[in-house]
Write a protein that binds this ligand. Structure first.
Ligand SMILES: O=C(O)c1ccccc1NCC(=O)[C@H](O)[C@H](O)COP(=O)(O)O
Length: 217
C-alpha cells in the first residue's frame, strides 16, 4: 500500500518528453503523467510552441507537468498564460513562497543528499500536492540518472512521495517495495539518447510498476 494513501496503485510519470510520439508512447503504455522540462540548460528542454503541440496531442486524463528550475516569476506567469499545464514541478531552490500563487497546483522536487533529514526538508512545503525526491548531484539540478539511499525516505510522510532518480524497468519494483511511494518518475531510464525516449523501455517501465502493485506493494 502506498504510504499515507489508502490505495495500492503506484502511479508513473515519464519526464523529459520532447516529442509528440514519445508522449503518445507514454500514454499507450499507461503512464499517468508526462513531464515537460522548461530549463534551457537541459538536453530535454522544450520551448513553449513545442510543449503546446505535445499537450494538444494528448488524450484526456493524462496529467501534464511543467518542470522549472528557479524560473523568474514573471517569465513563469507568461508561460502559464500560453500553456494549459495541469501541475507545476519546482526543481530548483524555490522557497515555498516562490512555488505558491501561480494558479496551478504544484509539487516540489527535493534533491536528497547522503544522510539528509528528508522529513525536515519537506516540512516547509505544506502547500505542495506532493514531494518529488530526486538525487543530489553537485551542479546538476536533475535528470542525473543516479539513485539515492531509499532508506532516507520517511515512513508516513506528510505528503504523497514521488520517487525519482536513476529508476528503470530493472530496479523500479525493488524501489516500490522499499519506499512504497505514491508515484515513480523516470527520465533517463526510458531513453534511447538524451531527450529521445524509447517506447519499449517506457512500456517495460510502466509494466514493472503495475506488476509491483500486483505483488501487493
Ligand atoms: O531532465 C533534466 O535534464 C532535468 C534538468 C533540470 C532539472 C530537472 C531535470 N529532470 C528531472 C527529471 O526528469 C526527474 O527528476 C527524473 O525522474 C529523474 O531523472 P532520471 O534520474 O534521469 O530518471
Amino acid at each position: 500500500m502506498a504510504r499515507g494513501m489508502n490505495v495500492t496503485v503506484v502511479r508513473s510519470k515519464i519526464c523529459g518528453i520532447t516529442r509528440i510520439e514519445d508522449a503518445l508512447a507514454a500514454v499507450a503504455a499507461g503512464a499517468d503523467a508526462i513531464g515537460l522540462v522548461f530549463y534551457g540548460k537541459s538536453p530535454r528542454a522544450v520551448g513553449v510552441e513545442q510543449a503546446a503541440a505535445i499537450v494538444q496531442a494528448l488524450p484526456p486524463f493524462v496529467t501534464t507537468v511543467g518542470l522549472f528550475v528557479d524560473m523568474p516569476r514573471d517569465q513563469l506567469q507568461q508561460l502559464l498564460q500560453r500553456l494549459p499545464l495541469d501541475l507545476l514541478q519546482f526543481h530548483g531552490d524555490e522557497s515555498p513562497a516562490d512555488c505558491e500563487g501561480h494558479g496551478r497546483p504544484y509539487i516540489k522536487a527535493l534533491r536528497v543528499r547522503p544522510g539528509e533529514d528528508v522529513a525536515a526538508a519537506m516540512a516547509p512545503y505544506s502547500g505542495a500536492r506532493g514531494i518529488l525526491l530526486d538525487t543530489f548531484v553537485e551542479g546538476v539540478p536533475g535528470g542525473t540518472g543516479a539513485s539515492f539511499d531509499w532508506s532516507l525516505v520517511p515512513e508516513n510522510a506528510a505528503k504523497p512521495i514521488i520517487l525519482a532518480g536513476g529508476l528503470d524497468a530493472g530496479n523500479v519494483a525493488e524501489a516500490i517495495r522499499q519506499v512504497r511511494p505514491y508515484a515513480v518518475d523516470v527520465s533517463g531510464g526510458v531513453e534511447a539518447s538524451k531527450g529521445i525516449k524509447d517506447a519499449g523501455k517506457i512500456h517495460a517501465f510502466v509494466q514493472a510498476v503495475r506488476d509491483a502493485r500486483c505483488d501487493g506493494n
